[in-house]
Design a protein around this ligand. Structure first.
Ligand code: CO8
Length: 257
C-alpha cells in the first residue's frame, strides 16, 4: 500500500500508520482523511492485524486541520457537503487503535488522537484546541471528547483560551495514558498494541465496545450492555482456554475462536 500523506508498515500483528506531511506539520487535509479512511478499512479487514498504532513525526502528531485548505470555504459549502464528516469513519474503527503523540497535537490533531482508544505521549507532546484563535470551534469532536476526557473546567479553559497543555498536565488531566521519552514512543506504542493483539480478538473488540458505551446513555444501560457482552464471551473457545490455562498454571494458547 502506498499513500501520498501516510506511511504504513506492519510489525507482527500490529499496523503502524504514520502521518507524513512534514512540511505542513501533518496538517489534516482531505487527502489525509481519504487515505486514512482507506488504510484503516484495509487493516480492519486484514485478519493478521490485531491492533493499530497511529503516529506523526517528532515535531508534530498533527498541527490541526489544514487551514490553507479550509480558509475559502463558506457556510453553504461546509453544510451541504457536510465538511469533515468523513472523519467519523476513523472514529468508528473497530480494531483497537493507539495514538502515539510527539510534538504538537492541535485542533483536529488533538481530536484525531482522541478518536483513538488511548494516547501514549512523548515528553515533548503538546495538546490544544486553538480553533477559537481562528474564529471557529473544534469540529471533529473536541468539545465532546476533550470534555469527557478532562472534565468541564479544563475543557472550557482549553477551548475558549486556545492555550496548549504540556504532557504532564495532559496526563494529570486524564487525556494521556502514559508518558515516555521521544526515542521510546513508537516502540512503547507498538508493544502495547502487540500485547492487545495477543489477546482473544472477540474479547478485545467487546472490551473496546463496552468502554465506548460508557460515553453514551445512562450508567444502568451501560452496565446491562457490559454484562451481555461479558456473558457472550462464555460462548468462546478462548474463554475456556484462558481460564483452563490459569487453573493449570500454564500459558494460554488462544485461537481467536
Ligand atoms: N494548516 C496548514 N498548514 C499548517 C498548519 C495547519 N493547521 N500548521 C502548520 N502549518 C504549516 C505552516 O503554515 C508552515 O508552512 P510554511 O512553511 O509553508 O509557511 C509549516 O506548517 C510550519 O509551521 P510553522 O512555521 O508555523 O511552525 P512553528 O514551529 O513556528 O509553529 C505551530 C508550530 C505552533 C503548530 C504553528 O504552526 C501553528 O500554530 N499551527 C496552526 C495550529 C492551529 O491553529 N490548528 C488548528 C487548526 S483548525 C482545526 O484543526 C479545526 C478542526 C476541526 C475540523 C477538522 C477537519 C480535519
Amino acid at each position: 500500500m502506498s499513500y501520498e500523506t501516510l506511511l504504513t508498515e506492519t510489525r507482527g500483528a500490529v499496523a503502524l500508520i504514520t502521518l507524513n506531511r512534514p512540511k505542513a506539520l501533518n496538517a489534516l487535509n482531505s487527502t489525509v482523511m481519504a487515505e486514512l479512511t482507506e488504510v484503516l478499512s484495509a487493516f480492519g479487514r486484514d485478519e493478521a492485524i490485531g491492533a493499530i498504532v497511529l503516529a506523526g513525526s517528532d515535531k508534530a502528531f498533527a498541527a490541526g486541520a489544514d487551514i490553507k485548505e479550509m480558509q475559502g470555504i463558506d457556510f453553504v459549502e461546509a453544510y451541504v457537503n457536510d465538511f469533515i464528516s468523513g472523519w467519523e469513519a476513523v472514529a468508528a474503527t473497530r480494531k483497537p487503535m493507539i495514538a502515539a503523540v510527539s510534538g504538537f497535537a492541535l485542533g483536529g490533531g488533538c481530536e484525531l488522537a482522541m478518536m483513538c482508544d488511548f494516547i501514549i505521549a512523548s515528553e515533548t507532546a503538546k495538546f490544544g484546541q486553538p480553533e477559537i484563535t481562528l474564529g471557529v470551534i473544534p469540529g471533529m469532536g473536541g468539545s465532546q471528547r476533550l470534555t469527557r476526557a478532562v472534565g468541564k473546567a479544563k475543557a472550557m479553559d482549553m477551548v475558549m483560551t486556545g492555550r496548549m497543555m504540556d504532557v504532564a498536565e495532559a496526563e494529570r488531566a486524564g487525556l494521556v495514558s502514559r508518558i515516555v521519552s521521544p526515542e521510546r514512543l513508537i516502540d512503547e506504542a507498538v508493544e502495547a498494541a502487540a500485547k492487545i493483539a495477543s489477546f482473544p480478538r472477540a474479547a478485545v473488540l467487546m472490551a473496546k465496545e463496552a468502554v465506548n458505551r460508557s460515553f453514551e446513555g445512562t450508567l444502568a444501560e451501560g452496565l446491562r450492555f457490559e454484562r451481555r457482552l461479558f456473558h457472550s464471551l462464555f460462548a468462546t473457545a478462548d474463554q475456556k482456554e484462558g481460564m483452563a490455562a490459569f487453573v493449570e498454571k500454564r500459558k494460554p494458547q488462544f485461537s481467536n475462536r
